[in-house]
Ligand binder design. Sequence first.
Ligand code: TYM
Length: 339
Amino acid sequence: MRIVSGIQPTGNLHLGNYLGAIRNWVRMQDEAAAQGGECLYFLADLHALSQPHDPKALASNTREMAAALLACGIDPEKSVLFNQAQVPAHAELQWLLNGTARVGWLNRMTQWKDKAGKNREGQSVALFTYPVLQAADVLLYQATHVPVGEDQKQHLELARDIAQKFNNDYCAPDAPLFTLPEPIIPREAARIMSLRDGTAKMSKSDPSDMSRINLTDDAETILQKVRKAKTDPEPLPADKADLEGRPEAANLVGIYAAVAGTSPEAVLGEFAGHGFGAFKPALGELLVEKLAPINARFLELRQDPAGLDAILRSGAEKARALGTPTLHGAYAALGLLRG
Ligand code: TYM
């Protein structure tokens, strides 16, 4: 069992990241340890170059995101925590995989289509080839499982396609180089939506901070964001099917269920017939109760940038060692002459 996943260090860690991915990262680090496996979790700082970014802010954002992950329960004694930029093999393997990935495959990526919109010509090459780097991120370590939210499923399927084609084209049938990774997507909370628009994903890049709950928000801010979340005038139904066509209501019920560790049906069992005047304060208090300890740990950890740097440096050293055999295998399979 080799678990690998990443997060971009742009903006804050939000509730969508936490419920969709990071909670599983924490859970899986114990499962992997019990089975003699390993977890590698990284800050995808190379991915941040695909969109305009502020070089002065990137290093401190990377440290802050590391602090947020540690605050959520990632334990550097159990997991390898690092940032991509300290492991050049990610970028090297991406180049080697560029010969295998097809332009048509990348053209079909919905994230590319969404982010580029009508202005494809004006985008960076990195935004287009981003999924090849993501494939390199997991294939480099022979990942068996990749815990992610629903929005990354297509990128993982692409990674499998690249691995399969590379294995077919350059390896003997009984000695494939790459393992095909399985996405691990939570059944509930795979896609948390914006608090301002129940049809848009909760996202770091939404210009409105009111659209998301950041794990760094204090109690007052969380309560205010929930109070102001968009809703409709109807009371909550008894039956989950009746949330159909009410995306904001469905999202808030889904968040409550995921945070409380129960099902949307059970939440409706408790709140059916009540309006948002009653439901929102209950949701706000639940969020504050669950997020306050994470917030407190985060504030403490971010005070120690040297300590965070040391954790990332030591993680990167381990990651470099773990990735070396596969990188060498890829150079050899492609017939590249080295020393
Ligand atoms: P990123 O930084 O956008 O998000 C990090 C993780 O959070 C999940 N997520 C969500 N889950 C549920 N609801 C939401 N609203 C929501 N928003 C984000 C994402 O699915 C992701 O699991 N390309 C990746 C980072 C990456 C990566 C990788 C992931 C780079 N290389 C290799 C896995 C393996 C990204 O931008 O995630």
